[in-house]
Design a protein around this ligand. Structure first.
Ligand code: NZQ
Ligand code: ZN
Length: 387
């Protein structure tokens, strides 16, 4: 087991009606709030009115219209400007991972004098950030429990995972009831995203029995509960368990002491959603089985055997490569069964920009250092196999 130095400063408040604690929580941060949200789902589910009612004594400035794959321009830039103009004390992000990620970049940019892209592109390290409170309405990214935010810049086709310890939310509210209205396609994409977060940590050189068991249980929980949520969107227990399994995703807790993997599928998917603005979880589901096939070798096979036997119950007595291939097929079949389009063409991507995207990934994502190293040629082959 490798050394680690781990902390998560985020307070999680979980369960039905938990946002009744919002006034108590917000009272610790000051009176001027930037309320951030997306395209209107929080109004449809009554959460917007509820928040306004609970915070009636606060000075609230709003930033709405934050899009999926949140954009640097205009959302981050507008948010930073609003924070500076109104001397904001705290950001309250209400929505999915995109709203929260955008709010994280705003929180850092608000306390920085230069161009916020300096921070997101790691040219300058943030010295501080405004506190962030969130009410997460979609189980997927785990942004509510981690210090990363993924920001897209349309003019350069960049989609950067901006990670900084100042970006942990101070408090995250998780009420599974607010996820009842998440449509089937986003529920499935959220499941694929969270499963891939686990796989990115599972497929590595050094792990432990403890971490493997935790991650295998996480994968099984996500599969069982996503199916239940799709069959009955108001199944509270299924939504609740899915929400918690997603929350652990990118926080590091699944793999304390493991060796690094470099998160290759995320590195590749971020190019797809930067160039084509597709749904992150769908891009991951499409790439994952093709990546698995591509890297299956004498060096990696035993990891796939463990995954196949423990997650999918494949007969451990079979040949090792048979087990691995069955496990990869089972992964593909599961994503297909929950309604995910499993080819790039179905999400509007053809071969025309594969070379360009593979080059971008090879230049920026460091995948030559991955558990199974990937060159530009490997990346292009995985994209091509995903068409
Ligand atoms: O914009 P609104 O109207 O709110 O609608 C959203 C959006 O259209 C809708 N939605 C959210 N909650 C809903 C709902 N619809 C009905 N009922 C609800 N309760 O769902 C759509 C998608 O929302 P979005 O926030 O984009 O989804 P998600 O949470 O999957 O976030 C995806 C973004 O997170 C990044 C992805 O790259 C992508 O940009 N990631 C962030 C990570 C992190 N911070 O740790 C890690 C991930 O790997 C990921 O890269
Ligand atoms: Zn992800």
């Amino acid at each position: 087991m490798h050394n680690f130095d781990y902390t998560t400063p985020t307070r999680l408040i979980f369960g039905k009606d938990c946002i009744s604690k919002l006034p108590e929580v917000m009272s610790g941060f000051g009176k001027k709030v930037l309320l951030t949200y997306g395209g209107g789902s929080i109004k449809k589910i009554g959460l917007y009115n509820k928040v306004r009612e609970l915070l009636s004594g606060y000075g609230i400035v709003e930033l709405s219209g934050i899009q999926p794959n949140p954009k640097y321009d205009p959302s981050v830039l507008d948010g930073v400007r609003l924070c500076k103009e109104h001397d904001i004390d705290v950001i309250l992000a209400v929505g999915g991972g995109s709203v929260l990620d955008c709010s994280k970049a705003i929180a850092a940019g608000a306390l920085y004098d230069g161009d916020p892209w300096d921070l997101i592109s790691y040219k300058v390290k943030a010295k501080a950030a405004l506190p962030i409170v969130d009410i997460i309405t979609l189980a997927a990214t785990g942004s509510e429990y981690d210090c990363g935010g993924v920001i897209s810049r349309t003019d350069t086709n960049d989609k950067i995972g901006y990670i900084d310890e100042h970006l942990y939310p101070a408090v995250s509210f998780l009420d599974p009831v607010y996820t009842f209205t998440v449509p089937k396609n986003q529920t499935a994409a959220g499941c694929a995203d969270a499963m891939n977060h686990i796989m990115e940590q599972y497929f590595c050189e050094d792990s432990s029995l403890l971490n493997d068991g935790f991650m295998e249980a996480g994968l099984k929980s996500l599969m069982v509960n996503a199916e239940k949520c799709i069959a009955d969107p108001e199944d509270y227990n299924a939504r609740a368990e899915m929400m918690l399994a997603c929350t652990y995703g990118c926080n590091g807790i699944y793999a304390l002491g493991n060796s690094q993997s470099c998160w290759p599928c995320h590195g590749m998917e971020h190019a797809l959603s930067a160039y084509y603005d597709i749904t992150h979880g769908e891009g991951l589901a499409i790439i994952t089985p093709r990546w698995m096939k591509h890297i299956l070798s004498a060096k990696t096979v035993d990891r796939f055997v463990k995954y196949g036997v423990n997650v999918f119950g494949i007969d451990s007595g079979l040949d090792r490569f048979d087990i691995a291939e069955k496990a990869i097929q089972a992964t593909y079949d599961f994503f297909l069964s929950i309604g995910i389009p499993m080819t790039l063409r179905e999400v509007g991507i053809d071969e025309s920009r594969i070379g360009e995207m593979a080059h971008h990934v090879a230049e920026n994502e460091g995948l030559e250092n991955a558990w199974a190293p990937l060159t530009e040629k490997d990346i292009a082959e995985i994209f091509t196999a995903s068409l």
